[in-house]
Design a protein around this ligand. Structure first.
Ligand code: MCF
Ligand code: FE
Length: 406
């Protein structure tokens, strides 16, 4: 049993409470809050964890969308236009994934922990991230991804996929949670989509999908036109969109799904408030999407919107703090101080809800996933914003009550 105290605490509850001079007792879960004095009296055997004098404790960040297999990318993939990016991925993905060996992925995960992240939603395209994710002390939702346009190859795709998927099921534990991903509506044929959805239903697993990310995808799915048409016709001269985007969302009815990007989605009512959420990747959208996600409208719709960095395939950092700073700059239609609080919830409380995990806010009974940062004296009203602006690395990070070593 452990005891920790702090000067300030971001509880990350719905109303963004900030507590002062608080302490709590924890094992794998948070057991009780109170003043240091009272808790020391009540739990004399709890081991005291030292924290800096000017410390801030908050829930560990949850980055709902990463692609660790692309962690070796810098200078290789092409940005500015989605189709050029896809073509550069096709040309380099084998090479990039070969370079992203276990050691590189483990170092990348450590680096993420140093910036306060305790849980990730990892999109696994090939399965070459499996070993590192399993080995690391990061909490990982491991989204086994499928894609494939050519129906003639479905049976071999399914065979290859099933092996990776089964392996992830075999190793399931509280820090390694298997899940499923349909890459997108343009890259995955209906038979594969329905197969994956049935698997998710059968095993009660989370789903993730890329949705309406680029202008090209939007033109193709809605009108069967644009750059995608030219490109897909070179693969199959009769190529047609597999389904309209509205139909695509209906396929996921009643299944807990994270829809990533949604930059070209105006019809938020297509998504189900209870089961569906949106992963917003602002930096990635700036590089690939040619349009800014309408965050204001999305939040007004009542949908759960949370933050992801995407992979180093379309970002320069996997730090949620960097991603929050990007959001501060990109979304200029928000009042700054309140927006900072919202962004912190979009990195903690909201993604925990989307992933149905018992963490993301500091409350009795929640998993002890939290970080300790050192801050400077600051007007309380300014604190969430100033924290996002200045914070770089944690002093300590705990996942399931266990301190991560750096
Ligand atoms: O989220 C970004 C952009 N949108 C789509 N896919 C990916 C992203 N980063 C990596 N990817 C992967 C994806 O999982 O790249 C491949 C897939 O395996 C793209 S195939 C068009
Ligand atoms: Fe992605």
């Amino acid at each position: 049993m452990f005891l920790i105290s702090c000067k300030k605490m971001f509880v990350c509850d719905e109303k963004f409470s900030i507590l002062e001079n608080q302490a709590f007792v924890f094992e794998e879960k948070i057991l009780e809050f109170g003043t240091l004095k009272n808790l020391q009296k009540k739990y004399p055997h709890a081991k005291r964890i030292q924290s800096p004098q000017n410390s801030l404790i908050l829930p560990a960040f949850i980055n709902t969308h990463t692609h660790l297999e692309f962690s070796a990318n810098s200078y290789t993939l092409h940005f500015g236009d989605f189709l050029s990016w896809v073509k550069s991925v096709m040309n380099s993905r084998q090479n990039l994934s070969q370079k992203a060996k276990d050691e590189l992925i483990l170092n990348t995960l450590k680096k993420m922990q140093r910036t306060g992240t305790g849980t990730i939603g990892e999109i696994s395209s090939f399965g070459s991230d499996f070993q590192a994710c399993l080995q690391s002390d990061m909490r990982v939702i491991f989204f086994n991804e499928i894609l494939g346009v050519n129906q003639a190859l479905n049976s071999s795709k399914k065979d290859e996929f099933f092996k990776r998927f089964q392996k992830s099921l075999d190793f399931q534990n509280e820090l390694f949670i298997p899940a499923l991903s349909v890459h997108s509506a343009y890259s995955t044929n209906l038979e594969l989509i329905e197969w994956i959805l049935a698997l998710a239903q059968k095993h009660g697993l989370l789903l993730s999908t890329h949705f309406l990310e680029s202008r090209a995808e939007n033109a193709w799915l809605r009108h069967g036109k644009g750059g995608f048409k030219k490109w897909l016709k070179t693969l199959d001269k009769n190529a047609k969109p597999f389904c309209h985007p509205k139909i695509f969302t209906e396929l996921f009815k009643g299944q807990r799904t994270l829809f990533t990007h949604c930059v070209h989605l105006n019809e938020f009512e297509w998504l189900d408030l209870k089961y569906h959420s949106i992963t917003h990747c602002a930096f990635s959208n700036r590089l690939l999407s040619q349009k800014t996600f309408d965050l204001k409208k999305a939040l007004k719709s009542g949908l759960n919107v949370h933050l992801g960095t995407d992979g180093l395939s379309s970002n320069i950092s996997l730090s949620m703090l960097d991603e929050m700073r990007t959001n501060l700059l990109i979304h200029r239609d928000f009042e700054l101080k309140n927006f900072a609080k919202k962004l912190l919830l979009m990195a903690t409380f909201y993604p925990a809800k989307a992933l149905d995990l018992n963490l993301g806010s500091l409350q009795t009974g929640k998993s002890a996933d939290f970080s300790v940062f050192e801050i400077e004296d600051c007007d309380e009203e300014q604190l969430p914003l100033q924290f996002i602006l200045h914070a770089k690395e944690v002093k300590k990070l705990f996942i399931k009550g266990k301190e991560c070593k750096f």
